[in-house]
Design a protein around this ligand. Sequence first.
Ligand code: NDP
Ligand code: NHF
Length: 283
Amino acid sequence: MKSLIDTYELHNGVKIPCVGFGTWQATDGEEATTSVREAIKAGYRHIDTAAAYGNEESIGIAVKESGLKREDIFITSKLQNPAHGYEATMSAFEESMKKLDMDYLDLYLIHWPNPIKFRDCWEEANAGTWKAFEELYEAGRIKAIGVSNFMPHHIDELLKTAKIVPMVNQIRLCPGETQPIVAAYCEKHNILLEAYSPLGTGRIFEVEEMKGLAEKYNKSVAQICIRWCLEMGYLPLPKSVHPTRIKENTEVFDFELSKEDIELIANLKECCGPTRDPDTTNF
Ligand SMILES: NC(=O)C1=CN([C@@H]2O[C@H](COP(=O)(O)OP(=O)(O)OC[C@H]3O[C@@H](n4cnc5c(N)ncnc54)[C@H](OP(=O)(O)O)[C@@H]3O)[C@@H](O)[C@H]2O)C=CC1
Ligand SMILES: O=C1CO[C@H](CO)[C@@H](O)[C@@H]1O
């Protein structure tokens, strides 16, 4: 990857810009609109949101105000947890589209595989949701469909009734967290890994080894994390609401990490805290 607009190719041929802009905790209104505006100005062409973030409307406004053609920006949203199952998914999708004020979505993800509301019937709920995703995909309303926080057993279950293999799995990937079992599974099924919380939701900045690497490469800790994701073949989704950081997080194409340092970062076990188990997290 040489720039923000270089792309990974999904298994259906859709091209996805190699760094996405995260928007969780960018508050709806001025904060979300301004940060997305700044991101577009800095060159991001891929924005990651979710119904659960409550900021789809502000993101839609920022995209519209940017003057970019719709096809020149890649937008991801996610189905919220209480809306699993065929009918609820269809309504939730329309709701997101209304808020974004867009007529198609580039990527739609099932946010979590096993929400508390569906704990005793998640298999059936996901099957219904996926049927809705496939219909929306076939109708051209969504260019690519995928999942988030799915472990191999969730995808295996989905594939029992699916016609289309998910194109993406968005999971937590950051220094010390490589989720090797999920990663191997996704590689085998040609599912792209998106790295959420690539900066450990802000927890990475005090890790001594990362400060040492930042000094060694004359880069910031955030830049080391984002570069590491790219070198691992992940698609990172860094979030910031500060224009200087938003720009800083794009300057990751003028250096390479050594093999040893890539490994060192991967082995900083739980330096950003533990990853939540999707089967027991109570969303
Ligand atoms: N599918 C899922 O379940 C999940 C998806 N996500 C997605 O991934 C995105 C990123 O993950 P997220 O957990 O938000 O956090 P990140 O790992 O991207 O870290 C964001 C934090 O780091 C700070 N930060 C960003 N850049 C810099 C910098 N250059 N220097 C210093 N501090 C910096 C931000 O502060 P500030 O904003 O104040 O600059 C914020 O506190 C989310 O926004 C969302 O889109 C996240 C979690 C779960
Ligand atoms: O995307 C997300 C951001 O964090 C939220 C709260 O922990 C989760 O709902 C979700 O995984």
